[in-house]
Design a protein around this ligand. Structure first.
Ligand SMILES: Nc1nc2c(ncn2[C@@H]2O[C@H](COP(=O)(O)OP(=O)(O)OP(=O)(O)O)[C@@H](O)[C@H]2O)c(=O)[nH]1
Ligand SMILES: [K+]
Ligand SMILES: [Mg+2]
Length: 352
């Protein structure tokens, strides 16, 4: 049996198994197995044939945003509207066959927007160019899940499933669990909160399933079994995501209102130019970019050419953004090298 078939078999068994206290451990084991096979499927060297690598587009600018969606939801139309790059658009599906980068210029930042081929159900298992698309999504700083506002909510769930299957966790933070492998000493299990969605026995079953007999587990959040498996696998990517509902020119006000109220959602019409500026603002917010102005001694700050960085960046990152040699020759900034910069900070750097 190939990995894809094995995954399918487990998924079927899980669907067949009723969820209750008695089957909890068995389901936990199946989940662990499933996660392991999925991880194997994505290994570039796996025998399943697919490479699991993304499109070869060079990163550029201050951040990368990837457009993920079913065919013909308007991904290329959006790229053509908000960047200077034209990507072919048409009424038929799979118009776009490769990754097309464009640049959004906003508040002094250069944000790379990647138009990608449409994906279909089963993309994560290698249908169409799906694997390549979802792998490319992993290289982004923000994912835009683009949806056709006239189509069902089912599409949103399917896309989330495909991204989940390749280890992308949307709008979630890493579970607060400390996990350490040991060579001896058995399993030490500790929690600082009451577990309501999983329990010690399930977790011990999963550890046994992974042949982990010596390790420290410290759980500091009310996690689910799946989240614990994520911690064990360790290669999960926690990414911010905006759901972009396009074609609102074709739905009713009531439908529009409902979509717009959902968390992490933006409603737009590329064709009618509705709300596109707001979308870019939201992209900027989600990327948590900060703009830093540099100032030479005795001169006014240079407001025309800011350095853009992700939130949490330090003076060291600013130096690297200006010129590589700055850190080596760093003497002092008006604040210290480890200071976390804030948006619109003005920084003067003095070198040796
Ligand atoms: N009504 C309406 N149609 C739109 C809007 N935006 C795009 N379209 C139409 O939707 C169709 C598909 O647009 P594309 O931009 O090619 O879609 P895509 O997501 O890039 O499609 P693929 O590359 O095939 O995956 C085209 O006929 C567009 O004119 C919109 O805001 N409203
Ligand atoms: K299309
Ligand atoms: Mg397209």
């Amino acid at each position: 049996m190939g990995i894809v078939e094995k995954i399918k078999a487990i998924e079927e068994e899980m669907a067949r198994t009723q969820k209750n206290k008695a089957t909890e451990y068995h389901l936990g084991l199946l989940k662990a197995k499933l996660a392991r096979y999925r991880a194997q499927l994505l290994e570039p060297t796996s025998k399943s044939g697919a490479t699991g690598s993304g499109f070869d587009v060079q990163k550029s600018g201050d951040a990368r945003v990837a457009l993920i969606g079913f065919p013909s939801v308007g991904k290329s139309t959006l790229l053509s509207k908000v960047t200077h790059t034209a990507s072919e658009t048409a009424a038929y599906e799979f118009t776009t066959l490769t990754a097309i980068p464009g640049v959004i210029e906003y508040k002094g930042a250069r944000i790379q927007l990647l138009d990608l081929p449409g994906i279909v159900e089963g993309a994560s298992q290698g249908r169409g160019r799906g694997r390549q698309v979802v792998s490319t999504a992993k290289t982004a700083d923000l994912i835009l899940i683009m949806l056709d506002a006239t189509k069902s909510e089912e599409h949103r769930r399917l896309l989330e499933f495909e991204l989940d299957a390749v280890g992308i966790r949307l709008n979630k933070s890493k579970p607060d669990v400390v996990f350490k492998r040991r060579t001896t000493g058995g399993i030490t299990f500790n929690t600082t909160v009451k577990l309501t969605k999983t329990d010690e026995k399930t977790i011990r079953t999963i550890l046994a399933g992974y042949k982990l007999h010596n390790c420290d587990v410290m759980i500091r959040e009310d996690i689910t079994t799946d989240e614990f498996i994520d911690v064990l696998i360790g290669t999960r990517k926690y990414m911010p995501c905006l759901y972009v509902y396009n074609k609102i020119d074709s739905i009713t006000i009531e439908q529009l209102d409902k979509l717009a109220r959902q968390p992490h959602s933006v409603v737009i019409s590329c064709e009618m130019d509705l709300n596109l500026d707001y979308l870019i603002e939201r992209i900027w917010d989600e990327l948590k970019l900060v703009k830093i102005y540099t100032k030479k001694r005795g001169a006014h700050p240079d407001l025309s050419d800011p350095v853009c960085l992700r939130k949490g960046a330090t003076i060291e990152n600013v130096c690297n953004g200006v010129h590589r040699s700055l850190v080596t020759n760093f003497r002092y900034a008006l604040i210290c090298l480890l200071h976390q910069v804030q948006d619109e900070d003005v920084v003067s750097i003095f070198t040796k």
